[in-house]
Every structure is written in structure tokens, then in C-alpha cells.
Design a protein around this ligand. Structure first.
Ligand SMILES: [Zn+2]
Length: 510
């Protein structure tokens, strides 16, 4: 059963001091300028909780997305909604609440409503230079109509539907938690974050650090993080005009912190943006961040995963917060309670019961093996009696086809035990009776995909081999063998036809 994701309620609105312009000359362009708002100060970056904005179209054109490369899927962290293999609209708006991918945070999905009331799906948004481009699905292939709807200057509402907003809220929760986690790793343990990955919901995200961490270190960071969460530290962003000559991010901080990478070289938006968690962290970032960490209880998986690359060894530390943490608890609880119900015990007894069951299973398997070996000896002694009873003539050969029905996991093991027991007992009789036996084991209910195990044993390796080869050729049994034993498998229904053939193969052994 699908479990609804319980979202912690975000603050109702973003506080007005969340977005702070710190250079006097920087302004958010108004619609009348005809210039679109650059990435860095988009509505989604000024007010991360805003779900809707009325704005205007600045530009629109049609493009044909390149067809997705066949075969290997990209290992990119979050799977972006794929673009259809058909013409698509690239729409630039004056402003938007739909975040274009950047800073490790994936693109939003969203909706545009044109002045004629039509609703259009935004499948992706991407930054081109300094501006956000919306990739809009063309409704019913109506290309001309689409271009008319998005004539530059016309009014459009950009919004996040419920699903779009839930997705974004999850991304913001993980992204803001990552800033908090990286800051603590750096300041408390002197561990720089080498990279991070915002994986697809509901997998844990990870930061990559230069070395593995102990459980104690992880617990320490987790409890520090949660202390700050309980305090409800505020988050805000500071923006200023970009001065290309100024180094905003020291290439290497004293502590080695490298998450706040330098601005992308193709960014032309002219804005420098720093995300601040009060008293904890200042980090250049273009992502969308929650205005407070008060919902972001952090859970760090208590182990690191070592990554070995050609020249370096680093470690991944996985973490969860916000909606993903709730989902993880839901899923983990379901796993545990389902297992407890299968085992008919309470959840706390599950580990003990599982080890008991594994133990019992091992004992049961041993009992089956012991009984099978006893049965194998019993059956083979009957065969030996039968062989001896017929002995007498010089050219006598004991020929026997012994079909068995069996549903065990180890049919070949049982047939092997029988053939070993038979040849041992024959050796003990000192009668040197020549023999050739075909043993089979077929499941009780047969379908076209059931497997029958076949084994041939005999006193002469060429005779064993010739029967094996005949089974291969005439029945399609797949197998092989060496010396006095040949074994194989037959897939399909094993019936009279197969049995008759074996009888006649045995008759022809001389
Ligand atoms: Zn960031």
C-alpha cells in the first residue's frame, strides 16, 4: 500500500528579511524594462515558499530536444523529467517561481497558465547564461497556437502544482540540510565536503568527505545539527552585484571547504548570492533554501561508504531530513512490522526470531541431507540385489532406468548420492557385474519450464558417454561428464516419449 508522505508544514510565508540586497546599485528589474530577472534573484530565489507569480513572456521559440542517447542511462543524481522526442517550447519569462537546475539542486517542474486560461506543463527549467528557460510541452501538437499563446509581452502565470511543490519542498529540505551538515563537518571535524549529491526521492542524499568517519563522530555531528534545528536557526540570502574581478570564493579556504564552488563560467546574470544559516554557515549558492532549519531534523546513516578511486580514497556520508526522513521512517517501520507479522512476534523480537529461523533452517537442511543419503543407500542396495539376481551369463549387463519424482532443491545432489552409493556397493560385492544406469528426477507438477535432472552411470566410460551424447542429440538434454558419470538437465515436460527413448538406448548397450 502506498504511504502518503507526511510533509512537515513549512512556515506559511517567507519572512521579508529573507532576501537581502546588500549592494546599493543592484535592483530586481521591473516588467516594464522588458528585461528578464536574472538567475540568482528569481522569485523562487527571493521567496522560496512562493507558489505562484503573474508575469510576462520575454521570449519564446521552438526547439527539437536531442533524442536521448540509447543504452546506458546517465548516473546523474536526480532523474530530471525527460523531454519528449518532439518539438518543445523554450519560454523565457520576466520572472518565475520555477527553479532552473543549479548548485546541485535539480530543475523544478511546474505549470504556466496563459491568458486564454490554458495550462501548460513545464517539464524542465534550465539556466542559459544568466536567464531561466522553461521547457514547455506543446499541447496536442498545436505549434502555431502555442507560439501565439506565448507572444512576447503577453501575461502568464507561472506556478508550482501540489506535486511540483512537494518535489521542490523535498529538494529544499535536503539542500538546506546539506549546507548545515557540511558546515558542521568542516568546523567541528575539519572535514571539507568534496562534493554532494541530491539523489532522487526517497533515497538518502550524501556528502563526500576525504576520509571515513566513526559512529561517534557521526552521532556528534547529528546531535549538534539537531540542537541547531531545535533552536530554529534562521536562513537568509544576501545578494550583491557581481564584480568579475573580485574573488567571492577563496579558491582554497583555510579549512579546505570547497562546496561553495566558484560561479559557473557561463553565468552572465551579474549577481553574487550567498546563503546564510545564522551563526552557522555562509556559502555561495544559487539553490532555493528554506527560510529556517526548524523542520529539518537530520538523520545521518551511522556509517560511511568508502570510495576508492585511482589516486584518492574518500567516503560518502548519507543523510536524510524533512519529507525524506518521514518517508524513511514509514518504510522502515513497514519493513519491520511486516517481518514481525510473518514471524508472528513483536517487532523487538525480530532479530532474535530471524536468527532462530536461520538456525532451524540449517538444521532442517542437514536433516534432509542425512535422510537423503540414507534413502540413497537403501535404494541402491535394492538395485544391487536386482543386478546380482540377473547375473550369470557371460554377456549380462545390468541395465536400469530409474525415474524418480522429487521436489527438493538439490535433485542433482540426491542422484549423485544414489550413484555413489550404488557404485560403492557394487565394488563391495566383488561380482564385477557390468552395469549401466540412467537416473532422473522430475518435479511432481510439470510445466514447459520445469527441469528434469538426468544422470548416467556405468562400468565403462565410452558407454556412459555414448548414452549421454544420445540424450543430448535426441532429447536436447544439456549436460556433460567425465569418466563413469554423465549428468544433464532437461527443460520441459518429461513423459513416456523420453522414458521410451531411454529404455531403447539401454537395450542397445552391448
Ligand atoms: Zn548549495
Amino acid at each position: 500500500m502506498a504511504v502518503a508522505v507526511a510533509l512537515s508544514p513549512p512556515p506559511l510565508s517567507t519572512p521579508p528579511d529573507y532576501f537581502r540586497i546588500i549592494s546599493p546599485t543592484l535592483q530586481v528589474p521591473t516588467p516594464s524594462t522588458g528585461v528578464s530577472v536574472p538567475v540568482g534573484i528569481l522569485a523562487c530565489q527571493r521567496d522560496p515558499l512562493l507558489r505562484k507569480i503573474e508575469t510576462t513572456v520575454v521570449a519564446c521559440n521552438v526547439s527539437q530536444p536531442p533524442s536521448a542517447p540509447a543504452g546506458k542511462k546517465s548516473k546523474k543524481a536526480v532523474v530530471a523529467p525527460t523531454l519528449p522526442n518532439e518539438p518543445i517550447l523554450e519560454v523565457v519569462l520576466h520572472d518565475t517561481v520555477i527553479f532552473p537546475e543549479g548548485g546541485g539542486q535539480p530543475t523544478d517542474t511546474g505549470l504556466l497558465t496563459t491568458s486564454d486560461g490554458k495550462i501548460w506543463s513545464v517539464l524542465q527549467a534550465k539556466r542559459h547564461g544568466g536567464h531561466a528557460v522553461h521547457y514547455v510541452k506543446i499541447n496536442n501538437g498545436e505549434l502555431d497556437l502555442s507560439l501565439t499563446a506565448f507572444t512576447p509581452g503577453s501575461c502568464v502565470t507561472a506556478s508550482l502544482g501540489q506535486e511540483d511543490y512537494d518535489r521542490r519542498y523535498d529538494h529544499m529540505s535536503m539542500h538546506t540540510s546539506q549546507h548545515l551538515l557540511s558546515a558542521l563537518l568542516e568546523t567541528r571535524l575539519n572535514l571539507p565536503t568534496l562534493s554532494w549529491s541530491l539523489t532522487s526521492f526517497p533515497s538518502p542524499c550524501y556528502v563526500e568527505v576525504p576520509r571515513g568517519m566513526t559512529v561517534e563522530e557521526i552521532r556528534q555531528i547529528q546531535s549538534e545539527a539537531n540542537r541547531l534545528v531545535f533552536e530554529g536557526r534562521r536562513v537568509h540570502t544576501e545578494v550583491e552585484e557581481l564584480d568579475r574581478d573580485k574573488k567571492y570564493v577563496p579558491a582554497v579556504l583555510e579549512s579546505g571547504r570547497s562546496v561553495g564552488k566558484a560561479l559557473p563560467s557561463d553565468y552572465t546574470g551579474g549577481v553574487n548570492r550567498v546563503v546564510v544559516i545564522d551563526g552557522v554557515d555562509r556559502n555561495p549558492c544559487c539553490g532555493t533554501h528554506l527560510p529556517t532549519i526548524h523542520n529539518l531534523q537530520l538523520f545521518i546513516l551511522p556509517h560511511t561508504e568508502t570510495m576508492s578511486r585511482s589516486s584518492t580514497t574518500s567516503a560518502r556520508l548519507y543523510f536524510l531530513s524533512g519529507p525524506r526522513l518521514i518517508e524513511y521512517i514509514n518504510n522502515t517501520h513497514d519493513f519491520l512490522s511486516n517481518t514481525a507479522s510473518v514471524l508472528s512476534c513483536g517487532a523487538p523480537s525480530v532479530p532474535e526470531r530471524v536468527s532462530q529461523v536461520v538456525d532451524e533452517r540449517k538444521k532442517a537442511e542437514k536433516r534432509v541431507t542425512d535422510l537423503e543419503s540414507e534413502l540413497a543407500k537403501y535404494i541402491s542396495s535394492g538395485l544391487v540385489q536386482e543386478a546380482k539376481a540377473g547375473a550369470g551369463n557371460d554377456d549380462y549387463i545390468f541395465r536400469k532406468y530409474l525415474p524418480r519424482t522429487g521436489d527438493g532443491d538439490n535433485a542433482l545432489g540426491f542422484l549423485s548420492a544414489m550413484s555413489t552409493a550404488f557404485s560403492e556397493q557394487m565394488t563391495k560385492t566383488n561380482t564385477q557385474i557390468p552395469y549401466i544406469l540412467v537416473l532422473t528426477s522430475t518435479p511432481s507438477a510439470q510445466t514447459s519450464s520445469t527441469t528434469t535432472v538426468v544422470m548416467v552411470i556405468g562400468f565403462d566410460d565410452t558407454k556412459v558417454k555414448s548414452i549421454g551424447e544420445a540424450l543430448k542429440l535426441q532429447l536436447g538434454v544439456k549436460g556433460g561428464g567425465k569418466g563413469l558419470r554423465w549428468s544433464g538437465k532437461y527443460v520441459g515436460v518429461w513423459k513416456e516419449k523420453e522414458s521410451t527413448l531411454i529404455d531403447s538406448l539401454l537395450e542397445n548397450v552391448h
